[in-house]
Design a protein. Structure first.
Length: 185
């Protein structure tokens, strides 16, 4: 690596990283739900239903499915005193029995796998706001769409490669880390 220093692997992520990760996640989901509700507000109660359904899906996928389906198989679950980028391993340890470490890679297998559902939770409001803008243009909804695109770019270009995945102890087994090329960093 020509004198470049390898990224430090965190056994316990700094609080600032966890706050940035979860803060941007919650903000993305909240803006997405609000944007869908406002974007389809001319549809009356159906706009609210779409926004609330999205919020249930997104928060449920991240803060229920992950701790029950992915975290029990992660190295951070077994790491005494360890804390992952989301902090969900600590929650998972209190709620679920340990899974098989060999099953961790399954998080990226199948159409409805947790990885795909996570990406869907980030993409759904962006995709949903485009028709809303076409059907009933609003500068307000356009700004929300821009903010969501900015948050998505921030996640993919800053959070994953600089704050999260590059420092993750699981990056050597995680399919996502392999696709991003952070294993050798």
């Amino acid at each position: 690596m020509d004198g470049l220093q390898k990224a430090k692997i965190y056994h316990r992520y700094p609080a600032a990283n966890i706050l940035i990760y979860n803060g941007s996640t919650v903000l993305h989901f909240a803006l997405g739900g609000f944007g869908i509700t406002v974007g389809y507000g001319s549809w009356g109660w159906l706009g609210y239903l779409l926004g609330i359904t999205y919020l249930i899906f997104a928060f449920g996928e991240m803060y229920l499915v992950m701790p029950f389906a992915v975290c029990p198989c992660c190295v951070y679950y077994r790491l005494d005193g360890g804390l992952c980028i989301s902090g969900l391993n600590a929650v998972s340890r209190k709620l679920t029995p340990a899974g098989k470490a060999a099953d961790f890679a399954k998080r990226a297998q199948g159409l409805f796998c947790p990885n795909n559902m996570y990406i869907a939770s980030l993409a759904i409001p962006i995709v949903a706001l485009i028709p809303a803008l076409i059907l009933n243009f609003s500068w307000y909804v356009l700004v929300i769409l821009g903010a969501l695109l900015g948050l998505l770019a921030f996640r993919f270009f800053v959070i994953f490669p600089k704050l999260a995945c590059v420092h993750c102890l699981a990056k050597f087994k995680c399919p996502q880390a392999g696709m991003m090329g952070v294993r050798d960093l």
